[in-house]
Design a binder for this molecule. Sequence first.
Ligand code: BES
Ligand code: ZN
Ligand code: ZN
Length: 504
Amino acid sequence: MEAYGEPMQVTISSGNNINGTLILPLFEGEEALPEIVEGIPTTLKSQVNRVLADGDFKAKANATMTLVGTEGGKAMLVGLGTTHKADAHAYREAGATVVASCKKVHGSEMTVMFHDADLACMTSFAEGMMLRDYSYDLYKKKGDDDETITLSARINCNEGDTTALSAAIDRAASIVSGVHLSRDLGNCPPNDMYPMAFAQKAELWAEQYENVSVQVIDYEEAKRKGMGGLVAVGMGSSRKPCMVIFTLNGDQKGQHPMLVGKGITFDTGGISLKPGANMDEMKYDMGGSATVFGTMEALASSGYPHKVVAITCMAENMPAANAQRPGDVITTLSGKTIEVLNTDAEGRLVLSDGLWKAGTDYDPEYIVDFATLTGACVVALGHEATGLWSNDDDFRTRIHEAGNDVGELAWPMPLLPAFEKEMTDSKIADTRNLGAGRYGGANTAAAFLKQFVPNRGEGDDAEQITWAHMDIAGTYWGAKTNKMVGHGATGIHVRTMVRLITGE
Ligand code: BES
Ligand code: ZN
Ligand code: ZN
């Protein structure tokens, strides 16, 4: 359906022979060629040894050097940094750096020879290669086909490691397919990515899995059901809004993780129109929905056996004769009303219905929502970390740690009663979609969302469902320091969620 397909092939071998370009990950201060390397042309071997002996290559993290043998053979040296700093993250980045540095001269095949790397590090290196081997060229119709090289890599490891390593790399490839799907959805131009197009892609995707189902609530049904937030945001577009619900292993009973995504396929701001500069970037405003769709792909393709449900709230935010106005008061699925003071604060409107449905029609163990929600979050954290809020401190810590484990930072932010008060003191409605001032805009947005997370139980036993909100406005695209990405959508947090949900 898209540019994404199988991630680049990474195979395992217990031999020491070299196929294609030799990739040598090295530690800073200990730069040396592994003795066991065979099948390397003698001249290339002596060239590598010479460069290393002369100290011409310092294996600082992500440094690379390419050597082309005078009598054939090629090698790429890549730095991992010093041994004590070379953790799984350093290996992942080095793998990504190798792919990013691959030119025509390196050819299409590589053989990686590690020095004493454990299973987790070798898997991370392969994951980094697969993640970085992505480009979105679906719309490049006149490209030179000869320029696109299909890379493949072989990792040489000890005989005893081959079975475990190949299983770990297969799993990583499944997860990468979810990340790449998220990127494909995010990168897709907004003339082709609109609410029902997203829904159709989801339906098509679900056909390949027996344990997956997709339900689409279209515009008419959303109106009938009283999804006032989704309807208000989407009604001004000729491409009408919808809600898409993904269920994995739906026949299972009991509580399950629940994901919710903001899916604004284009955010003009609506009647509160955005300034023109860089408005094209608002095609990524469905990044939250892409994250949850990608996560479902990662879980389904890696064979996750338990139940997970995801809801995406899809709408296009357009200015039009039939668009909502600043000043409108809308009634959401929860029955709570919202005074819409700015139509550009639309993500929270669609999410109000998604969160409410998630907590009332299902029995979630927890709910996590993803949204490119506020420019204020980008002001606070730049492109380096996702903003993370939760009504449960332990749960917030678990997500923060899951993010750290996979190298996707999510930074704790405060969910304060004062912000909730600010968002609930409308003179004429239950809530307002705009804070009193512009300060703390990412926090007031989170506090607003909290109003739409249902309680579990009733009366004195009622307790709000465990919930976390992740503002990915700064991390879903434009993250230049993210080594896993060349440009465009990052596909962030698919891996965080797989880690959180599966514990692996
Ligand atoms: N989609 C934007 C948030 C955004 C801005 C994401 C920049 C990425 C980069 C969101 O719908 C929005 O416009 N939010 C407003 C809220 C404000 C009107 C309270 C914002 O952040 O300015
Ligand atoms: Zn907006
Ligand atoms: Zn938006």
